[in-house]
Design a protein around this ligand. Structure first.
Ligand code: 3PG
Ligand code: MG
Length: 394
């Protein structure tokens, strides 16, 4: 993996730098409810502005079918100013060239939603050209949008001198350390509800990691495939053959697959239900469902990762939003965090639910790296080349 970074940029004073960021933040009643992605842009935008560049932030917002005020990036500008601690101008597409021409070295502006052009998502050369005319240099800092081959994420890298921003660089370096060229042994935790959404992730990982820890509803599908009675647990019984193939492939690759041997079950899915109990995985009753990995299994998982040097985490082990089914996720996350602090483990996590789970466990800051990406992180775990990254490497 090789790409140019801001270190390779010469003098940028007075240069117009188009910086692709991911400003796709959640909003409620006009307020940004989570500014993590805004904060992630801080190093790149600050560095460029401090060097006297004219910083033109390019980003999408939501999935608009047509340009409407609801999807205008002007709605994010105030929150963005607070995060950056500097003035941020908003530039509409109407008259953009004239307004950009009036900006001064050190100014930061957010251009309107890239998806207001139908051709953005089609990577239409005319839209690429329209963006490119506004800038001299292109910096892609939006790893979380790099799985899209859009004009602002891919096309621009082909027509302007292209560089990875600091957040993109940090993501790529962390991901390289985690799966590209990791210190071994490597463990991966893959959890979440459905095997069907992570088939390609599992298939890719069995050939790359030494330990594959499967949790969440996904584990039930594997247990059921192996003939375990999982009662009325969430499980994809039609994926039996696929699950067995994955287990087979893991075997051939010397990858140890960890499925829970004790589990937390209940007759109904609710917080602290009266029917709650912990049992051996072979003792689940027909009217019970598995909602979390059991304590003995969690201890075994902790032992397994103690012997590892690298951990990649995607997806919770149990139904972590409902207590006490957060126990396994919290316990293993804390073990990983402690090992990371001791310096014996490189821990990298990503995916929407995963970040929420690590925040819930109070350890998101203690992992080596937590990705801001959802879909892009998954595609990377699938071993796919991300178009936005590939274009930077070219
Ligand atoms: C995200 O929110 O995952 C990224 O910003 C990409 O958005 P998209 O899934 O609408 O392309
Ligand atoms: Mg998405």
């Amino acid at each position: 993996m090789s790409f140019r970074t801001l270190d390779d940029l010469g003098d940028v004073h007075g240069k117009r730098v188009l910086v692709r960021e991911d400003l796709n933040v959640p909003m409620q009643d006009g307020h940004v409810t989570d500014d993590t992605r805004l904060r992630a842009t801080l190093p790149t935008v600050t560095e460029l502005a401090d060097k006297g560049a004219i910083v033109l932030v390019l980003a999408h917002f939501g999935r608009p079918k047509a340009p409407t005020p609801d999807f205008s990036l002007s709605r994010v500008v105030r929150a963005y100013e607070n995060v950056l601690g500097r003035e941020v101008r908003y530039v509409d597409w109407e008259g953009a060239a004239e307004n950009v021409a009036m900006l001064q070295p050190g100014d930061v502006a957010v251009l309107e939603n890239t998806r207001f052009f139908g051709g953005e998502e089609k990577n239409d050369p005319a839209v690429v050209e329209r963006f490119a005319r506004l800038g001299d240099i292109y910096v892609n800092d939006a790893f979380s949008a790099a799985h899209r081959a859009h004009a602002s994420t891919e096309g621009l890298a082909r027509v302007l001198p292209a560089y990875a921003g600091r957040a993109m660089q940090a993501e790529l370096e962390a991901l390289e350390k985690a799966l590209g060229n990791p210190e071994r042994p490597v463990a991966a935790v893959v959890g979440g509800a459905k095997v069907s959404t992570k088939l390609d992730v599992l298939k890719n990982l069995v050939g790359k990691v030494n330990h594959l820890i499967i949790g969440g509803g996904m584990a039930n599908t594997f247990l059921a495939a192996r003939g375990v009675n999982v009662g009325k647990s969430l499980a994809e019984h039609d994926l039996r053959d696929t699950a067995l193939e994955i287990l087979d492939a893991a075997d051939r690759a010397n990858c140890t697959v960890h499925l829970p041997y004790d589990v937390v079950v209940a007759k109904e899915f609710a917080a602290n239900p009266p029917s709650l109990r912990t049992c051996n995985v072979h003792e689940v009753a027909a009217d019970e469902m598995i909602l979390d990995v059991g304590p003995a299994a969690v201890e075994a998982l902790a032992d397994a990762i103690k012997n590892c040097r690298t951990l990649v985490w995607n997806g919770p082990l149990g139904a972590f939003e409902t207590p006490p089914f957060d126990s396994a996720t919290v316990a293993l996350a804390r073990t990983a965090a402690a090992l990371t602090e001791e310096g014996s483990l490189v821990s990298v996590a990503g995916g929407g639910d995963t970040v929420a789970a690590l925040n819930h466990a109070g350890v998101a800051d203690d992992f080596t790296f937590v990705s801001t990406a959802g879909g892009a992180f998954l595609e990377w775990m699938e071993g796919k080349e991300l178009p936005g990254v590939k274009a930077l490497e070219a």
